[in-house]
Design a protein around this ligand. Structure first.
Ligand code: GLY
Ligand code: MN
Ligand code: MN
Length: 476
């Protein structure tokens, strides 16, 4: 039996943030760097590349976000940095950093730069150079190494420089992600505290959005709820959204990554909110779906209750040794059986084998396009790893499906987010449910005996949601 927590929020309860704000200690960064060196071969060099600025419009950039691998290893927060781990033997290893130079004129416009002195004083560099020296200094490092670790990531300028160096002096090339991503998979106590804090702030924001929606039925819009959520994130100390907020009324919920958020919310519709903050670089990821007017219709209630049942079963199955795939299968089986009971799917689809047989028959008969299957109603996975990236890394690469088969251990963090999507314009859907889209998402950390739900403070039972929204209208 898993030790997962279910939400206990009462209608009027407010979420209280802890007085002490969590942080990653200097000792933890030092341990991460040491662990990285330990896994490198002798006579090797590993380059971990930071992010560059990304152009938003003409000559203005998006808000800078450091690459998660640099954030993980030493927390250096500024653009155009490169970490070089230079290892001869265990006794002879150096962290070398390449950073933007101090430049009083540029700093007047775009802010303080740590420069080489800051890199050494505050970010654990043994040696530091300005980034324009990268090609010259990296060539010397490569000349002494027999193995080089690199990953061709998003910083195209550095990729180009590295490729030229490597082609001039080839070595055994290994993917640096094989080391750092494996380490990022298991979260430390401090990292879990960061994610829990992000989840608590996001939970509070969801509660405020639910309350506002109830108070302003008739005039509330998707954009206004987005504004409430993102105000709360900043007001409670988060630095950013963890991903673009999704506030989707009615049929918009059937677009999985709907981010327009520019429509009025209609009395009688559901609204799906998938929004959460990033705190100290760590993500949270919460989805709640609730009635705009605070009261579920019968049809909405039927679908919502089924998705919630699947989510609770999947959370209950989240314990050491489970896999992302096994948790998904638990959710899928609950949804399959529930949809048969509701008359949405034919009785023959109660089991996976039965569903596969009906699909094979339809393919043979050329009627596959007319067949409503669970895959049409639920087209995404039940969860993904989460950490410094909202869709976090897996040791063997997030694009490689085998990471979904790796048994989990204490410290793995992932989302549990089943949904059902009845597109209003799809004639295969029963008329009763058309236009309903429901997803319920929480974040869990595997513990020694089960899991802890890190986002449990937002109500999700029908009774809790209705009570919270009813209460909000009384107190307005
Ligand atoms: N918020 C994106 C996701 O749930 O995966
Ligand atoms: Mn998610
Ligand atoms: Mn989400």
């Amino acid at each position: 039996m898993s030790t997962s927590t279910t939400p206990t929020t009462s209608a009027s309860a407010a979420v209280t943030l802890p007085a002490a704000v969590p942080a990653i200690s200097e000792g933890e960064y030092r341990a991460r760097i040491a662990r990285f060196f330990d896994e490198m071969k002798d006579n090797s060099v590993a380059f971990v590349v930071g992010a560059d600025e990304k152009l938003r419009s003409n000559d203005t950039d998006y808000k800078f976000r450091q690459s998660s691998d640099v954030l993980y290893l030493n927390g250096f927060p500024q653009p155009d940095a490169i970490l070089a781990f230079v290892k001869v033997t265990k006794e002879d290893q150096k962290l070398v950093m390449f950073v933007l130079p101090k430049d009083p004129t540029k700093e007047t416009w775009t802010g303080f730069r740590e420069g080489t002195e800051g890199a050494k004083a505050k970010y654990f560099a043994d040696v530091a150079f300005v980034v324009d020296d990268f090609s010259k200094e990296a060539a010397k490092m490569l000349a002494k190494a027999t193995t080089v670790y690199y990953h061709y990531g998003h910083n195209h300028g550095v990729n180009k420089k590295f490729r030229a160096l490597y082609e001039a002096d080839p070595k055994d090339l290994l993917n640096v992600n094989q080391i750092v991503h494996a380490h990022r998979m298991i979260k430390s106590t401090a990292e879990i505290a960061m994610i829990r804090h992000a989840g608590t702030i996001s939970a509070e924001a969801h509660i405020e959005a639910m309350k506002r929606c109830a108070r302003e039925v008739g005039t509330v819009t998707e954009g206004k709820l987005q504004a409430t959520l993102e105000f709360q994130f900043g007001d409670k100390g988060a630095q950013s959204v963890a991903y673009q907020s999704i506030v989707a009324g009615g049929n918009n919920a059937n677009t999985l990554h709907y981010t327009l958020n520019d429509k009025p919310l209609k009395d009688g519709d559901l609204v799906l909110i998938d929004a959460a903050c990033e705190f100290g670089g760590y993500a949270s990821d919460i989805t709640r779906t609730f009635p705009v007017n605070g009261k579920f219709s019968d049809a909405q209630r039927e679908i919502y209750a089924l998705v919630l049942k699947a989510q609770l079963a999947a959370i209950d199955a989240s314990k050491p040794g489970c896999t992302l795939r096994s948790v998904h299968e638990v959710a899928v089986q609950v949804l399959r059986e529930g949809l048969v009971d509701l008359g949405v799917l034919p009785a023959g689809m109660r089991t996976q084998d039965g569903a596969e047989k009906l699909l094979a028959d339809a393919k043979a008969a050329g009627t596959e396009k007319d067949l409503l299957t669970l895959g049409v109603l639920y087209m995404h996975g039940t969860g993904h790893w989460m950490g410094l990236d909202v869709h976090d890394v897996a040791k063997n690469g997030t694009k490689n499906p085998s990471h979904k088969l790796v048994p989990t251990k204490a410290g793995n963090v992932f989302t549990v987010e089943p949904g059902l999507y009845f597109d209003a314009n799809d004639k295969r859907m029963p008329a009763r449910y058309r236009g309903i889209g429901v997803r319920i998402e929480d974040d869990v950390v595997i513990t020694d005996t089960g899991c802890e739900v890190l986002t449990a403070k937002v109500p999700k039972s029908i009774d809790e949601i209705e009570a919270l929204m009813a209460e909000a209208t009384k107190s307005s």
